[in-house]
Design a binder for this molecule. Structure first.
Ligand code: ZN
Length: 219
């Protein structure tokens, strides 16, 4: 089969082989064995690196795919030129590895990933992309139930996110954010426009908060 994929992870395996974790449209995350053809094969080394987007020709052997051929689509080298862009892209990859099963088509997440992944180079604010990706995965997985009004008292504005639900300062004082930060989380979760996403300012602290919630809900 031929598969348009992004390399999510690379693990050395035996002599001159690697196991790649690929995100594919047809099968979601899969593992694929790829043989190095010697140190002079630079193109294959680039293709087999995390962040690369390529067309892979794969054969399935038991539960593992074996790469027969690969053609580079885009090495996404710009991601290695800016630290915030690199960090955000790495978080997108990490979010997939943590949240998604193997060998199960995830077309919705695949599309979202590609749109966000490409958008990293068009934005001055790549942290918003990583934050929104975390939140949208939680939403797609049915783990996030956000409301601008507190889930418990149904009266006060929400200021904190915990266990995938929204609470006000009175009902849930721990880890409470300011009202604006909560609104930002809400916007990052619900926005359907890249133009809008570009304008949402996300600090490292807020991203850290969202990432922590993501990891807690998926563990
Ligand atoms: Zn409340």
């Amino acid at each position: 089969m031929e598969s348009h994929a992004v390399v999510i992870k690379k693990t050395p395996y035996q002599d001159r082989k690697n196991i790649l974790t690929l995100l594919t449209l047809e099968h979601g995350l899969i593992s694929c064995l790829i043989q190095n053809r010697g140190s002079k094969d630079n193109l294959l080394t680039i293709i087999a690196s995390p962040f690369s987007e390529a067309l892979f020709t794969l054969n399935k052997k038991n539960s593992l795919y074996v790469c027969k051929e690969a053609t580079l689509v885009d090495a996404h080298l710009h991601l290695r030129e800016s630290l915030p862009a690199f960090q955000s892209a790495a978080k997108l990859l990490k979010a997939l590895l943590i949240s998604q099963p193997r060998d199960k088509p995830i077309p919705h997440i695949f599309q979202l990933f590609l749109i966000y992944y490409v958008e990293i180079k068009n934005t001055d604010n790549p942290l918003a992309i990583a934050a929104s990706f975390y939140l949208k995965i939680l939403l797609i997985e049915g783990l996030l139930h956000l409301d601008l009004v507190c889930t418990l008292c149904k009266k006060n504005p929400s200021t904190s996110l915990s266990s995938g639900q929204s609470f006000c300062k009175t009902c849930f004082p721990e880890g409470s954010l300011d009202k604006e930060s909560f609104k930002t989380i809400y916007q990052l979760t619900t926005t359907k426009s890249l133009q809008e996403l570009k304008l949402i300012q996300v600090t490292q602290t807020l991203l850290f908060h969202i990432e922590k919630e993501f990891l807690t809900l998926l563990n």
